[in-house]
Ligand binder design. Structure first.
Ligand SMILES: Nc1ncnc2c1ncn2[C@@H]1O[C@H](COP(=O)(O)OP(=O)(O)OP(=O)(O)O)[C@@H](O)[C@H]1O
Ligand SMILES: [Mg+2]
Length: 290
């Protein structure tokens, strides 16, 4: 089998030189970019698979659908899913501005600007086998070397946990806003509480917690059941003194539409998940635009 190449967007060079000027240049680029973005929101969770990417793409779509200029940065370097959930072909490539030595994000639905490692891979099956410093280099390039332009919202979809990319992005953008996603399951909340604490220790603006996969309506008998014992998100909100932004039920269509690249907020505007999500977006806007 032919050995697949793993792109490294110049990180080898950076690592080899290890020069302070390169880091300073990166920081300068990041600061310049961030000055043009009104609100940066990072979506984190402790546990994997709780719905961060689903929340990120639906938040981006909802905000764009009401006229905001939106960007979405896929900070999940080794497991990028944003392009798939937004229905963007991963063979699309960011266009390079050779004069500036920077690149433009890919234009997604509703003009959402998207940057993801997925656009830099040869195929959607290509693995990214990078250790911490490499991933952090990529995050810095996404923040500083992508020509995001003027945006109302930049949504950053993070991988699970409190290491590498999460720590880096929290450190790099002090004025960012943080949303925590968790399922009601105790094991997910246990990890979510760690991320809330981390964001609070770093004095970031925590907008609140979203409980995803919160209850399920049986498609046969219409009875609503709890998939996990309820109450954990409320408790976390009280314990950490943060808002509970809302709850999104487990909805078979949400999963299917994620796979089809049709965010449910646009496709199924009248169902319960879309309505709950809309209320969450209203709250987020209220908190940020008050
Ligand atoms: N409310 C929901 N109802 C049904 N399925 C959902 C819901 N939210 C998310 N899913 C599905 O659950 C899976 C995990 O969601 P998602 O990829 O958004 O989680 P994640 O936290 O980003 O995962 P990772 O930690 O791997 O990045 C996906 O298949 C998604 O379509
Ligand atoms: Mg994800």
């Amino acid at each position: 089998m032919e050995k697949e190449k793993i792109p490294d967007i110049n990180l080898k060079e950076i690592k080899k030189q290890g020069k302070q000027e390169i880091m300073d240049e990166m920081t300068k680029n990041i600061n310049e970019n961030m000055e043009k973005i009104k609100h940066v929101i990072i979506i984190i969770s402790g546990k994997g698979g709780v719905g961060k990417t689903t929340v990120s793409v639906n938040l981006a779509m909802n905000l764009a659908s009401i006229g905001h200029r939106v960007g979405i940065m896929d900070v999940d370097i080794t497991g990028p899913n944003v392009n798939k959930m937004l229905g963007i072909d991963s063979t699309k490539k960011p266009i390079v501005n050779t004069e500036l030595g920077k690149f433009y994000p890919v234009n997604g639905p509703l003009n959402i600007k998207v940057m993801s490692m997925a656009f830099l891979l040869e195929s959607s099956d290509s693995p990214v086998i990078w250790r911490g410093p490499m991933k952090m280099g990529a995050v810095r390039q996404f923040l500083g070397d992508v020509l995001w332009g003027d945006l109302d919202y930049l949504i950053c979809d993070l991988p699970p946990g409190t290491s590498d990319e999460t720590l880096d992005i929290l450190q790099l953008i002090p004025e960012e806003n943080v949303i925590i996603v968790s399922t009601p399951q105790e094991v997910a909340l246990m990890d979510a509480r760690k991320t809330i604490k981390m964001a609070q220790i770093m004095k970031r603006n925590v907008l609140g917690i979203i409980e995803n996969m919160s209850g399920f309506k049986c498609p046969h008998c219409s009875k609503e059941i709890d998939l996990y014992p309820p109450g954990g998100a409320e408790k976390a909100a009280i314990d950490f003194n943060i808002p509970l932004l809302g709850k999104i039920p487990f909805d078979i269509d949400v999963g299917i539409q994620g796979d089809q690249g049709l965010p449910f907020i646009i496709k199924n505007i009248e169902n319960k998940s879309a309505k709950s999500f809309k209320q969450i977006v209203d709250k987020i806007q209220m908190l940020l635009e008050k």
